[in-house]
Design a protein around this ligand. Sequence first.
Ligand SMILES: [Zn+2]
Length: 253
Amino acid sequence: MAERHPIERRRRARALYATGIGIASVAKIMALPRHTVWYWCVGNGRLDLEAQATIPCPRCQDPPEPPPDPAAYAYLLGLYLGDGHLTLTAKTPVLRIACDDKYPGIMVEAEAAMLATLARKVQRVRSVGCTGIQSYAKHWPCLFPQAGPGKKHDRPIVLEPWQEEIVAEHAGRFLRGLFHSDGCRAVNRVTKKGRVYEYPRYFFSNKSADIMRLCQLALNRLGIDWRMARPDSLSVARRTAVEMLDRQVGPKR
Ligand SMILES: [Zn+2]
């Protein structure tokens, strides 16, 4: 029964379960029967998964491979380019995504994406109003070769061809990561003749012209209209465009 599902899918279910949301919620999120999720996370199915618990670095394979779950990676790359930081000075590199405490759902997704990509363990580091989702792993720099000293907007951010392929294939997940970190969905309410009209719109702000261009390219790929509100801030305001982006991103939660 379980063998029909690829190992990445089983790992993702386990990663979600490890965040403490329960079997029923994992089953709902992944559109799987509860007994299948139970078998992987609690039942005997977990044993063979634990035997393969170490995710080998896909980029250090010969030949190098894409990450095992490209959709999760596209999301994580979006988060990383927004509010992420990869510290190379520690003994073991540490990837950290800063998450606003208002959005616990984003924290769960960030953790699941790290576990599906490379992490064996993910930690939460609390500070005022925000939580760092972080993971230590020797091979994070293989997956995020854009890491380097200084701020992201002070150096060129150029994707490698294998990353470009993933971002092209999973543009919606990439945008979800970008908007979950450096974006927002704001609702403008206007009263006309006693009736209230709501105009939702999205903003994405980033000081790096390279990261802004990656956001524009992903929006273009999905045919979503955008315009620059300021040199470092993009807006999606046309109704059909907002509806299209709602299917990929939606309100933060
Ligand atoms: Zn590696």
